[in-house]
Design a protein around this ligand. Sequence first.
Ligand code: FES
Length: 480
Amino acid sequence: MSTTNTPASSPAVDKAGEEEPIQGSAPVYDRHILICTGVPAKGWAKKPELSDPYLNLLSTAVRSQGVNVNWTDEPSQQLHKDDIKGPISAAAEQIPSTGPRHDLVLFPDNVKFLGLRYEAFKDLSRYLAQHPTGTLRPTLEKLISEQQNQQNRESRTATLELVPGSGELVNVELVQEPSAVLVCVHGSRDCRCGDRGGEFYRILKDMVQMTGLTNSVKIYGVSHIGGHKYAPNTIMYPSGDWHGNLSELDSEDAQQILFDTLGSGGIAGGVRERASDPVMIEKWRGRRGLNKEEQLKLYQQILEKRRQRSGATTTTTNQDQPKSLFSAPGEDLYEDDGLKELPNAISVESNKPTPENSATSAGTGSDTQKVKIVFETYQKVRTEIEAKIGERILDIVKDKDPSRHAVYQALECTCGGQLECATCHVYIEPPYSARLPAVTDAEEDMLEYAVGRNEKTSRLGCQVRVQPDLEGMVIKLPQY
Ligand code: FES
């Protein structure tokens, strides 16, 4: 059970003491790779990016393909070059066996590259570029079938050269379980993920065992995926839906995650679009392949559909609402899917704030009150901007007003303020730096990744809001 004192499922709260909507908080990415380390989560270093050259190099190689990389405690299969069989097996003799090898599970394609070594990372990146999501799995199924016929044997594995003519042979396997749930259990990164995430992971694993679903869904414990404050966090594949603020204290959330994963369909051929909406929309963070605006738009569409359904007729069928894994036939766990109870709901009928504009209005004064702030690029180009009280530096910079072009270009803010990237790094000097709220642990954690960090003046632009006493502040932008 959880050992943390923070209540389970409590909504994340920002520095202004307001609840942050969870919807729209999933990062933008296309694919996801899990490195099968065979190391239990309690043995994981705090920052895999810094401590594991394998993860670091792989992340760097596939970043351009929009691929996230994490550890999982799943062991890799023992692989030796003698295991590589196929029509090009003679070339295997040419392959030196240097460095570590790990199996890599690729989502949403749901295929496993067996025993990949450092030297194959660039080839893997090229291979993924040539086989986009939705095309890889059918390609491999065809290849496996051809090799089966040649060798007259049953197999789920194909042997191929990622780059034809390279001599680098790789075995690729179709993962047996069609669906997967990834749970962040990275306790050394954040105790909430270890405690709550670890417990949620155990509940899911037990549930899969007890219900005989081991051939249908695979549960992976994974390293930091982002959003400690929402722990327990899960990602379901193939749909790529993210959930957070789940409860590890009873089994209902775990049941719903499992049902939704199974209900959203596995991979039979290519990657399928899910036919139904996420069930736990109040705990839904977003979806693979969608940016923040698209996630929020989808969220609002789902709310609207539910409103229409609940208002239409009492005999409307609840197609999106699954039954309990353990409930008696006909028993419905979701008698009231209760929009009124959604803690983070965004109303589409009113002008209630979206996460974007709620962030900008969450400061200490009226959002019509403004102060002058100067941005200075590393080339000493200055831009003066009238900023609203309560705006984050990120919001100011990412305003597409042409007069802000220089600063727009100068700060990437890749994660959109999720404390996952440090690309919003800025320098704020005294006396203004002393007027700002202190750096939180989470900001400090991410500042360690800021290139050219200055212990006294570095801040993250997504964590600093404009205050009335910052009139005239100069914000210096780093070169990198
Ligand atoms: S925008 Fe990514 S950490 Fe601030």
